[in-house]
Design a protein around this ligand. Structure first.
Ligand code: NAD
Length: 483
């Protein structure tokens, strides 16, 4: 199967923070891949805007180095790279001062799509939004892309929404959660809503529980100061895991349209119960394999920040009452693995004697590595020996089913940037969604801060703290293995 490329309209895309880590690792390599795919029209321009004096050629040299570092050799070629670099320009700009803004105004065209990507520290979002309008740079249709973190609690998220709203309408603001740009995450919606097979069973009557896991092997190395003010709840659960939960739990939207989808996600977030402290396990990794434990990377030797969290979450609505969602995420775990596993209930009555061989049906949606889905089903064990049962996966690995080209699908950032140019907000968080997510998160964090809870230590390279196992065991359930 050939991956279709739908060209976008001509655009001027400004990357504020164009010399930063995210721009170098994700944004420019992603744009280069879209350029190679033929999706970037000839008239498009990409303008890096950051602190630091560079001319266009120096900036092109920096981006060429990033692409050499972050795009595999087999996917680069000198001709396309040379042509791509010619689309790049640079403006030295001060988000908090006057330098560069007049030049940016002169540079921007009014007859093409204008997009401004804020890949800078969140403290600068308001300054940039303000200058884009006060200098008359951003046209009425301009779009801004805002990186995470979007606030650190409800009050700061509200304040940021209010600041952006002074300068841009909600329909112009694209709050990125790159998890929503992942192929499998969108496939989850296709599987749920383009097949009759799953939806009739998609409720507490037939689903026993859902597990959402985002396990990382990396630690906080080098980001200790930032992470210490955040922790796994703010950094991962409030945004990424919450978005995954919403896509599993939401009602079918009336149409695959930005507000229809986001309305349904918002209803899920509002239906989340407060989480009691006995349904939360926080952890902090200890040293392992010589890389140092969490505290050695933190500026605070007494830090109580969690690098791991597991929670049992209840959704109070007709569809999900009685079906818990278990969420866990952590750093320095055994393997890098993100997946959603939907475990179905037992059939009401078994006609087979082989009770031992029986296992639940599980739909596993794998986000990384090996993106794909499989459905664990029961079949008869082959051969003689009576009716014995065994579990096998019905595999929906995209690469196998769709051919090798399917592996070449755009990564999350590539897809999301192209969505911004197309003006499609479906895979971006709306302001009220982010606020609702913080409104649910705040009391949980306040609870452990009031109690001065310490996270439990866990060894690096394991599957997390012991108590996280108990969170499931006491309900007669088990976490899936992280591998
Ligand atoms: P970074 O520190 O590497 O880069 C910051 C960029 O901002 C640089 O280009 C710098 O020149 C520019 N800058 C700083 N002060 C400025 C000013 N006053 N005026 C104009 N430009 C200024 O940061 P980063 O890691 O690239 O992160 C950028 C944003 O993306 C942050 O909001 C971060 O939270 C978010 N983010 C980063 C990652 C990542 O992997 N790096 C992942 C997710 C989200």
């Amino acid at each position: 199967m050939v991956v279709r490329v739908i060209p976008v309209d001509p655009f001027d895309l400004v990357i504020f923070g164009g010399t930063g880590d995210l721009a170098r690792r994700k944004i420019f390599p992603g744009l280069y891949r879209r350029f190679q795919a033929g999706q970037i029209p000839a008239e498009a321009r990409i303008i890096g805007a950051a602190r630091g004096e560079h001319d266009d050629d120096e900036f092109r040299g920096m981006i060429a180095e990033s692409i050499a570092e972050f795009v595999p050799e087999a996917r680069r070629d000198a001709d396309s790279l040379g042509a791509f670099l010619q689309r790049l320009f640079y403006i030295a700009i001060d988000a908090r001062g006057e330098q560069g803004w007049a030049q940016l105004k002169q540079t921007m065209r009014i007859d093409v799509v204008q997009a401004y990507y804020f890949s800078v520290a969140p403290a600068l979002f308001g300054d940039i939004a303000e200058r884009l309008t006060s200098h008359g740079i951003a046209g009425p249709e301009a779009r801004i892309v805002v990186e995470k973190p979007f606030g650190r609690d409800l009050a700061s998220a509200r304040a940021l929404n209010a600041t952006l709203a002074l300068h841009f309408a909600e329909g112009q603001i694209y709050r990125i959660d790159h998890y929503l740009g992942k192929e499998t995450v969108q496939n989850l919606m296709a599987v749920r809503f383009a097949n009759i097979l799953f939806e009739p069973l998609w409720k507490s009557e037939y689903i026993d529980h859902v597990q959402i896991t985002v396990a990382e092997t990396v630690g906080v190395d080098g980001r200790g100061a930032y992470y210490d003010k955040s922790g796994a709840m703010r950094d991962m659960v409030q945004n990424h895991l919450m978005q995954l939960l919403c896509l599993i739990a939401m009602e079918p939207p009336y149409h695959f349209d930005p507000d229809a989808v986001r309305d349904e996600k918002l209803k899920v977030i509002r239906a989340l119960d407060p989480v009691p402290s006995h349904d939360i396990v926080r952890g902090q990794y200890l040293a392992g394999s010589g890389e140092g434990g969490y505290l050695e990377h933190s500026e605070n030797p007494q830090s109580r920040t969690e690098s791991y969290i597991a929670l049992k979450v209840a959704i109070s609505n007709w569809r999900w009452k009685g079906t818990p969602f278990y969420l866990r995420t952590g750093k320095r775990l055994r393997a890098r693995a993100s997946e959603i596993a939907v475990t179905f209930r037992e059939p009401p009555h078994s006609i087979f004697d082989d009770a031992e061989g029986w296992r639940e049906n599980v739909l596993v949606i794998r986000l990384q590595p090996d993106e794909g889905m499989h459905l664990m089903v029961m079949i008869k064990e082959p051969g003689p020996g009576g009716m014995r049962l065994t579990q096998v996966p019905l595999d929906m690995s995209f690469a196998e089913a769709l051919g090798p080209e399917a592996e070449d699908v755009p990564d999350a950032y590539e897809r999301l940037i192209m969505d911004v140019i197309r003006g499609n907000q479906t895979l971006f968080m709306r302001g009220d969604e982010v606020e609702a997510a913080w409104a649910w998160t705040d009391p949980i964090i306040e609870g452990w801060e009031e109690r001065s809870d310490r996270p439990q230590p866990y060894d690096a390279g394991t599957s997390g703290p012991e108590d996280a196992l108990m969170l499931m065991h006491r309900d007669g359930r088990r976490w899936r293995e992280i591998r």
